[in-house]
Design a protein around this ligand. Structure first.
Ligand SMILES: Cc1cc2nc3c(=O)[nH]c(=O)nc-3n(C[C@H](O)[C@H](O)[C@H](O)COP(=O)(O)O)c2cc1C
Ligand code: SF4
Length: 691
């Protein structure tokens, strides 16, 4: 079957139908551009205060614990304070700070925040003193990973501790069984850490019993195979968590908030089941020792289980809410729900339907710290919605870098780019190219007071994102362009489409400075061609070029969304597909949870993945590769078409031409060197800030 002439537009993100009594309307609030509803009419539940123990949170929006990789030597850094200040200023009701180790054996990464001695107090106090004036409450997470140790401090594998010597599948850790003495020490560590955070002026603490970390390892009968008082019966397996909560309560007293984060279902063979998780929630509630429960899904221990920690765009909006609702129906304390609740409209629907008492909107706030304030003012169209690409937030975390956002590179760079510095002199700025780099540069330059005109050769702005959004489960990516384009328009940028810019045109316009963001073109790697094979490039196929029926080979150089996306698209259109990659596995450049979604789909659609192959050539019915390690030839036969996903080459000629005219010019994004949207938007920010 041939690929359809035009790739179909994908439906909007799916929404879990927990709230059947609320009409399934993609615009449930009737919000239209220009029509700004009054706050109370639009979000009556979202901006209702919430009582949690002795604390009143001003609204129902929560920034949940997330490791920012901004701690320095285990302590709060200036950057971490600035990061949280931006969110508090933006109107979030409650910030729960990232995991903090409660014991030396809790160092699951080299950059984890620690709360094992009083040296942590000044840093936490600074965050509390910074967010409180904005009316934002602050809790801190108390953490022990058990066997979920990702890396060490010095590159050598540390001794991981767990209830039993049962290995973890994802990080290949075989832990050591905890002795009773160490259990007592760790339980005491939770209490001690809670006391430190209280002394620092926080409003509460949250015990991380979610995602397969230590308390949940004790709860799971498959991970905990102890035969002492901590193993066996449900009561015994719950003992550790109960002791932890009791130690924390004893340290902080009755009025300080104590919560527990738990996975309602770890969705894995050896993980905590929905029934046991619910039983644990009921028991904690009945004990009267916790003030709230924060409900999530998944486990760190396996690839598939970990995908729920930060669910990618392949998961439906608010898909975890039915699980939170089940817990909410069973307990008396407030329940938070987390997972792909990234727009205030979705959040309002969750709350209105009684799915949760508060909504975690973590990436929504990473992407747009001002989201709560904009929603409260009815400016929903101005919100930069998270697209769940996972690239710069959890993607950076996994790579060991401070988190950011591909759409909002100011995140994680608040100390440098947190505020726009007005331009000393307003200049005429010409931006050439309406992809992410050009749009961001134009918006930032205009926000600083420059007069900016952006020229785009095509009829629509967006650049390569317009192709990305056509690929399976990548449709939300288009949101990045919607967001960047409205940022530019709001800043006063004049956007001119269908206009090709050359050096002569630039001279006639005579700007003070030109920012060139002309992007890149598909790269056609050198290869031997015999006969007349059908060879297409990725852009042609994504744009809807006809592909003959039969076996198609996709030759992928970059390991990004293009190769796997094309392979999926072609397989879904009935082709037999071989995806040949030059690395160890497909989608190697994508964040793990995103990669997992693609690899799962490729497996289900029967795509054959061939690793470690470098493209060599093609004839009428075969594609030739060279094995990158053995250097021996590998032939794929009976092929009707070869699709090249061989990366891109810069389209940068205009930069040199403008420079030759003696005009000030800067090249950014793919035009400088082909990379991803993340670098394009960041360079747009830098260029717009510098002109
Ligand atoms: C960069 C990053 C780090 C995270 N680290 C933690 C963490 O320290 N503790 C935790 O309980 N959850 C952590 N999470 C999960 C979030 O708290 C949250 O549950 C997740 O982002 C899903 O919510 P969202 O769809 O609103 O983003 C992390 C998420 C991200 C993006
Ligand atoms: S990097 Fe992607 S997933 Fe992460 S906050 Fe930004 S838009 Fe959302």
């Amino acid at each position: 079957m041939a690929v359809a002439e035009k790739a179909p537009r994908r439906p909007p993100p799916r929404t879990v139908e927990l709230w059947n009594h609320v009409p399934d309307d993609s615009n449930p609030l009737g919000v239209r551009s220009g029509a700004r509803p009054a706050m109370s009419a639009a979000f009556p539940n979202l901006f209702r205060p919430l009582q949690i123990g002795g604390v009143v949170v001003k609204n129902r929006i929560v920034s949940s614990g997330h490791d920012t990789v901004m701690a320095e030597d285990g302590l709060v850094s200036d950057q971490l304070v600035a990061y949280h200040e931006a969110r508090a200023e933006g109107g979030v009701g409650l910030i729960i700070m990232q995991v903090a180790g409660v014991h030396e054996s809790a160092r699951y990464t080299y950059h984890v925040l620690m709360a094992t001695d009083a040296s942590c107090i000044p840093g936490y106090r600074r965050v509390a003193e910074t967010v409180h004036p904005h009316g934002c409450k602050l809790f801190g997470q108390l953490f022990h990973p058990g066997r979920e140790v990702m890396e060490s401090q010095d590159g050598s594998a540390p001794v991981a501790l767990a209830p039993s010597a049962v290995p973890n599948e994802r990080f290949h850790v075989m832990p050591r069984e905890l002795t009773l003495g160490l259990i007592g020490e760790i339980v005491a560590g939770y209490g001690y850490a809670a006391g430190l955070l209280k002394e620092a002026g926080l409003d509460g603490v949250e015990v991380v019993a979610s995602h397969g970390y230590l308390p949940s390892q004790f709860l799971s009968p498959k991970v905990n195979i102890r035969e002492d008082c901590y193993g066996g019966s449900f009561e015994n397996r719950l003992r550790f968590l109960r002791e932890v909560v009791a130690a924390v309560r004893a340290a902080v007293g009755p009025d300080f908030v104590v919560g527990v984060r738990i996975s309602a279902d770890e969705l894995e063979e050896d993980g905590l089941s929905a029934e046991e998780s619910l039983a644990a929630c009921r028991a904690l509630d009945a004990d009267g020792s916790v003030d709230y429960l924060s409900v999530t899904l998944g486990t760190s221990a396996t690839l598939a289980g970990s995908d729920h920690i930060v669910p990618p765009m392949s998961e439906p909006i608010a898909y975890t809410v039915p699980h939170a609702a089940r817990v909410k129906a069973a307990v008396s304390v407030p329940v938070f729900a987390a997972g792909r609740i990234n727009q205030p409209q979705d959040a309002e629907r969750v709350l209105a339907a009684g799915g949760a008492d508060a909504v975690i909107m973590n990436r929504a706030l990473i992407c747009d710290p001002r989201m709560p304030a904009l929603a409260e003012q009815g400016l929903v169209d101005d919100i930069r919605a998270c697209i769940a690409c996972n690239q710069a937030c959890i993607g950076h975390f996994h790579a060991g870098y401070p988190i950011s956002c591909i759409q909002h590179p100011e995140t994680g760079r608040e100390l440098t780019y947190g505020r726009r510095i007005p331009a000393p002199v307003s200049r005429e700025v010409m931006v050439v190219g309406g992809g992410p780099a050009g749009l961001k540069a134009a918006a930032v330059a205009a926000e600083r007071g420059h007069r900016v005109v952006l020229y785009e050769a095509k009829g629509r702005v967006g650049g390569q994102v317009l192709l990305a959004e056509r690929l399976p489960e990548r449709q939300e990516f288009g949101g990045a362009v919607t967001n960047l384009a409205s940022e530019a328009r709001r800043a006063g940028v004049k956007i001119v489409t269908n206009t090709f810019v050359d050096a002569a045109f630039v001279r006639t316009q005579g700007p003070d400075v030109a920012i060139v963001a002309t992007g890149a073109k598909p790269r056609h790697a050198p290869m031997e061609i015999l006969g007349k094979p059908t060879v297409l490039d990725a852009w042609q196929v994504i744009a809807g070029a006809s592909v003959p029926a039969g076996r198609v080979v996709v030759a992928d150089w970059n390991g990004d969304w293009v190769g796997v996306g094309l392979a999926r698209m072609l397989a879904e259109h009935g082709h037999s597909v071989t995806l040949a990659v030059n690395g160890y596995y497909a989608a190697a450049s994508l964040q793990q949870y995103v990669r997992d979604a693609h690899l799962k789909a490729l497996a289900l659609t029967g795509v054959t993945i061939e690793p470690l192959l470098r493209l060599f050539g093609a004839d009428d019915d075969s594609v030739y590769f060279q094995h990158v390690l053995t250097k021996k030839p590998v032939v794929v036969e009976n092929v009707v078409a070869l699709v090249l996903a061989q990366g891109h080459v810069s389209d940068d000629a205009l930069v040199a031409e403008i420079a030759e005219c003696g005009l000030e010019v800067v090249g950014i994004g793919d035009c400088l060197a082909p990379r991803s949207v993340e670098e394009a938007v960041l360079e747009g920010l830098v260029a717009g800030s510098d002109v």
